[in-house]
Design a protein around this ligand. Sequence first.
Ligand SMILES: [Fe+2]
Length: 406
Amino acid sequence: MTVTLSPTTAQQQPDISYQPDETKWRARTARRLAEDPTLPNQPLPEGFPAKIKGPIAWEGKDFTTEEQWVVKLTEAQLQEIDNALKHFKGLNRPLGHISRETFPLPTLAPVLLGLAAELYSGRGFFVLRTIPVDNYTREEIAIIYAGISSFVGSARGKQDVTGAVIAHIKDITVSHAHEKGHRANTAYTTDKQVFHTDVGDLIALICLSTSESGGTSRLCSGPRVYNEIAATRPDLIRVLAEPWPLDSFGGTPGYTFKPLLYWEDEHIIIQYTRRLLTGYGEQARSPHIPAITEAQAEALDTLQFTAEKFSLALNFQKGDIQYINSIGLLHARDAFRDSPEKTRHLIRLWLRNDELAWKTPAPLQPNWRRLYSVGPDHQRFPLEPEVRKKDNNPIPPPPAPTAFNQ
Ligand SMILES: [Fe+2]
């Protein structure tokens, strides 16, 4: 059933769009504080901490060199990867069966398992440098990428309803001009992508080629953003932790209510995509669903501009794999320009490490179940960019094991 509001009951959507406007943000903050100067004196939501400490609460200026997060693969490790590729190909099995068992990495495995712990218990990201992608076919790259990644997080998430477990992050507005859907998501354009999180626990991105200019990748610690807002505007933490009306852009139901921020089992978890609240490109926000409030509009921009302030810039090199804890960190990407010789092309995996994973907040569990519900025989590995097919199928019921409820 599609949930709609009649035009007479719909609130006015605040003056806010996908691309953030700092002037409008500052004006909205000034207006709201003038109307109610007590806002910054409001308490944090019950149980929420005043400050998060630990390695996940970093800020960009804490890092002085990329050596701090780049792990360079040695010749011996690259040979081991090549051997594992040959081993998997010799098994003659579908790519969905790539796993720790079918892609053996005797000496690299413990290194990757340690790096997985860095994602969940450390700073929340690292870069593996660098796979010689020019030496392999696209299918071999997919095998190597999924094989290495299975040691970081053995569960692969599906990217769309077709069971695709890899997604090509590339400007396809020209190559797929006759198809619909991709102009509603900045990932498939050259536009700036504002701070957000992907669905699921972990994101991996391998770089097949870089752009002519721009396209810098940016990360920010969710807990560092939390600490700043909690110290200066605790009322906005309360706003972020309350349910928001997320547009499903024609899905069923037409919108869902979920918080953007959770304090769950001693972790600050942020889960949001700005376009679901503002619309983007060919998908305007539906006028028939609840508008966001002025307080939410201020909180949304406060997340964005605080994340910019504390962010770290990373430059992809060809063959790099970037791994991110998607619920602990926010990520963004600058606008970029391609040329016939240099075209930005990444391939994404969504992963989860069931042994190390944080507890998934209850409102997110249905989406997590849908994401990680694709078995090895149903996983697709599209080797060329394609427009993702949205998954509007019913969400599978909770499984008997407690993998998502630990
Ligand atoms: Fe993303």
